[in-house]
Ligand binder design. Structure first.
Ligand SMILES: [Zn+2]
Length: 250
């Protein structure tokens, strides 16, 4: 889960529309009044077409508009812009009707998830804050074994990067990288591209890549060999990865 920036409320969702749709829902709770294409489109864009809770990037059909404060308990917030997020059916189901007004749940639009959740060397997500907010989130949303499925996904995507980084380390360890520097920079950029916000599971994968000892070695090597302006793309991608990365627990 990464920090998201809440998009500007679509102009179609004006005060009049909000009260009209809210009343329709109160009169008939089976009326999916929140299911408006302009709402879904704005949420899709801001969550990089991923579930806001687990960052899976399943096909659009499996991403649904979700109510942070459950609509069954807070019908007046059924189309309240600040209450809408995009989530996969798995996370949506797990969250169910959890009362998030009385139970503190991390909201990626309001909170920075990396302050609450870390990842250990076995790719398992763990709560890291002393108030247990991260742990509560994990137990509430990644339940019924989903946490293990997620760790398997991380492992599957990360392994090729890990192998590439090991290979690069072997190739560049003893060499004065000199004229090979650019090719190394571009290979490291390719890996960083794959853990950016628009890619699945970027919070976990960023943490794994930037804490990989071979990556750290190679990063230092290019920083010592090339001037900052020659590695500006690398620096940009790296800083974005740092922004998203969960705390890596050793
Ligand atoms: Zn999800």
């Amino acid at each position: 889960m990464i920090k998201l920036v809440r998009p500007i409320k679509p102009r179609q969702l004006d005060e009049e529309t909000i009260s009209l749709l809210t009343q329709r829902f109160i009169d008939n709770p089976n009326d999916s009044v929140w299911n408006q294409p302009y709402i879904k489109e704005a949420l899709m864009k801001s969550s990089h077409e991923k579930c806001c809770y687990c960052e899976c990037k399943s096909d659009k059909g499996d991403l649904h508009i979700e109510h942070f404060h459950p609509k069954s308990l807070y019908p007046n917030e059924v189309v309240c812009w600040e209450n809408l997020l995009l989530s996969c059916s798995k996370c949506n189901r797990a969250k169910g009707t959890l009362d998030t007004v009385t139970n503190r749940l991390v909201n990626p639009y309001d909170d920075d998830p990396k302050e609450y959740i870390g990842i250990d060397k076995n790719y398992i997500l763990r709560g890291i804050d002393k108030n247990g907010i991260g742990e509560f989130f994990i137990n509430s949303i990644y339940k019924n074994g989903y946490i293990f499925k997620l760790s398997l996904y991380y492992h599957t995507i990360y392994t090729p990067f890990q192998i590439d980084l090991e290979e690069l380390y072997k190739n560049y360890k003893i060499k004065d990288i000199g004229r090979n520097a650019y090719s190394l920079v571009s290979k490291l950029c390719n890996i960083l591209e794959m853990v950016q916000s628009n890619k699945p599971y970027s919070a976990a994968l960023s943490a794994l890549v930037i804490n990989n000892p071979n990556f750290i070695y190679l990063k230092t090597k290019i920083e010592n060999s090339l001037s900052d302006d020659l590695i500006s793309d690398f620096k940009f991608l790296y800083n974005e990865a740092v922004k998203n990365a969960l705390k890596y627990l050793t």
